[in-house]
Design a protein around this ligand. Structure first.
Ligand code: PEP
Ligand code: MG
Length: 581
């Protein structure tokens, strides 16, 4: 038995046997073709392109019907790529001029492109390299039909082990029998991770050399709560896992059964739950999980891989469509939070020694991308004419930048003959904003608290640094004091405050936040059932006592233990693992 620890990107437990698809890294035979074979090789290429296109279209239609409307958007980029003249031309040149066989021509071309993306400073672009490799595999399967559809029929209890997780893998895999996923690399924000969560398949990433240390058919256990993977588990480990899984399944089922119930503590304090979304199709999850609207639409995700700056028309269309899908529930459009590690493909790359502390968020919109900001505000204002839309400004520091942005919103509204302005809010996620909270509240209609950045800046701890994951979290008493200060100020000013960082998605932390006075939580929609379940099991006065104890604690670890101990009785799953976020 061997235990390896990775990072969970989709929760749950799984027990099964490893499947390592040979097609993940196709070993292509490099052959130099004869002159009189060139035309035949080009013919093979075009047939493979056409078949792949058709296959993707069918897949897109299937996803559309199974996972809801625009989930299928993920495949649009793949479809476009298959028709991209530059890609087609490059492969043809390799065949014609270098006399490469089709397999090598495709591999060389895709490797070049994937390498370009992988070398990018932009996390989002780096993650797109997986999409390109996904296409490589698709084309490869068309060329070597023996591999084709190998993965669509799996043995019961199969656990996929792969170098990286690719979106279409999850949709083509025999889902009835796919119980878990282990990968070597892959980001939590990638499409495939989002899909894994939407499909409810537990997944762990960051297992170094997974496809070497694990062999096909090897018995495995996945703990998608802690990121633990057990190779060849001993009988007692297997037994323990059965018990853990049963308890988890019970909790999930109870949570799902309670999804239609109001989210309130057992002594009657109501807590509103909202969704954080980044892509239009995710809006469908609001109704599915009985949420109160969208508390955070990360609009920059829409445009990171676009070759051109997003136009006013396109943005208006998207915002209207998302808002219409909410059928009157609020949509909080956060203006582009660009800069830092979110650098769009349509802007020239730029070097900053500390990008998280550089030209980003609102300061990027105000001083480095005015036109972009204006187009977005115009689009949001137009959407707000017909729908329940709110505008939220990221990385506000205080009165000056907030008023500057609001004056632009007023000017654009006036130029467009818009009289009724939507509510405008500030995202409080810097220490500066915490200290300026009264002035901020006096100048806007609502606030949200971005616990991801607030934690990073209060503790001077990079939110992407794996080594800091355990001790530098929202549970540090100083971060909790900052959060409480902001909630209390908002209550005093009679304005709403919504927590919208990842913290709200952890049922334990969500309960603590309620104890601190939070009544509005916005989160990844798939986490909502568990948060609702935990809140419904808790008493407001107990949560307040817990919050008071946490505020006067001395470290993250002390608070983590306090929270686990206090909540274990109402939510058994609290007993395992530490509280993070
Ligand atoms: C946050 O910082 O908590 C937040 C909501 O914004 P983002 O995670 O997009 O930076
Ligand atoms: Mg933020």
């Amino acid at each position: 038995m061997k235990i390896v620890i990775g990072k969970s990107i989709s929760p749950g437990y799984a027990k099964g046997r490893a499947v390592i698809p040979g097609v993940c890294q196709p070993e292509l035979t490099k052959v130099q073709i004869r002159l009189d074979h060139i035309e035949a090789e080009l013919g093979r290429f075009h047939t493979a392109l056409e078949n792949s296109y058709r296959e993707l279209e069918q897949l897109q239609a299937r996803v559309q019907s199974e996972l809801g409307s625009d989930s299928a958007d993920i495949f649009s980029a793949h479809l476009m790529f298959l028709k991209d003249p530059q890609f087609i031309d490059r492969v043809e040149v390799c065949i014609r001029n270098d006399r490469m066989n089709l397999e090598s021509a495709i591999q060389v071309t895709i490797d070049e492109l994937a390498q370009l993306l992988e070398d990018s400073n932009n996390t989002y672009l780096r993650e797109r390299a997986a999409d390109v490799r996904d296409l490589h595999r698709r084309l490869h399967r068309q060329i070597t039909p023996s591999d084709h559809r190998q993965l669509a029929q799996l043995a019961p209890e199969s656990i996929l082990v792969a170098r990286e997780l690719l979106p279409s893998d999850l949709l083509e895999f025999d889902r009835e029998h796919l119980v878990g996923i282990i990968t070597e690399t892959g980001g939590e924000t990638g499409h495939a991770a989002i899909l894994a969560r939407a499909l409810g398949v537990p997944a762990v990433t960051g297992i170094a050399n997974a496809s070497q240390i694990i062999t096909p058919g090897m018995p495995l256990l996945i703990d998608g709560q802690s990121g633990k993977v057990v190779l060849e588990p001993a009988p007692q480990e297997l037994q323990a896992s059965v018990a853990r899984q049963a308890s988890y399944d019970r909790i999930v089922q109870d949570a799902v059964d309670a999804e239609e119930c109001e989210c309130k503590t057992c002594d009657g304090t109501k807590v509103r739950l909202f969704a954080n979304i980044g892509r239009p199709f995710e809006v469908d999850l609001v109704a599915r999980h009985h949420l109160d609207g969208v508390g955070l639409f990360r609009t920059e995700y829409l445009f990171l891989d676009e070759p051109y700056a997003p136009s006013f028309e396109r943005q208006r269309e998207i915002y209207c469509k998302v808002a219409a899908a909410l059928d009157g529930l609020p949509l909080v459009i956060r203006t582009l939070d660009l800069g830092g590690d979110k650098w769009p493909a349509f802007l020239k790359p730029r070097f900053e020694a500390n990008p998280n502390l550089g030209v980003r968020g609102l300061r990027f919109s105000l001083f480095a991308a005015e036109e972009l900001f204006h187009a977005q505000i115009r689009a949001a204002l137009h959407a707000a004419k017909e729908h329940n839309v709110r505008i939220m400004l990221p990385m506000v520091l205080g009165q000056a930048d907030l008023q500057h942005a609001i004056s632009i919103i007023h000017k654009i509204a006036e130029e467009n003959g818009i009289i009724n302005l939507p509510p405008v809010g500030a995202l409080v996620e810097t220490p500066a904003a915490v200290f300026a909270i009264d002035e901020i509240l006096a100048n806007c209609d609502f606030i949200s608290i971005g616990t991801n950045d607030l934690t990073q800046f209060v503790l001077a701890a990079d939110r992407n640094a794996t080594a800091l994951i355990d001790d530098y979290t929202i549970l540090h008493p100083s971060v909790l004091r900052a959060v409480q200060r902001v909630i209390t100020a908002a209550d005093g000013a009679g304005k709403s405050a919504t927590i919208c960082g990842e913290a709200a998605a952890d049922p334990r932390v969500a309960c603590l936040l309620v104890g601190l006075g939070a009544r509005r939580l916005s989160m990844n929609p798939v986490s909502a059932a568990q948060v609702r379940y935990a809140v419904r099991a808790a008493r407001k006065d107990s949560l307040e006592q817990l919050a008071q104890a946490a505020l006067t604690s001395d470290s993250t670890q002390t608070v983590s233990t306090l929270v686990s101990d206090a909540l274990r009785s109402i939510y058994p799953e609290f007993g395992s693992g530490t509280v993070s976020v």
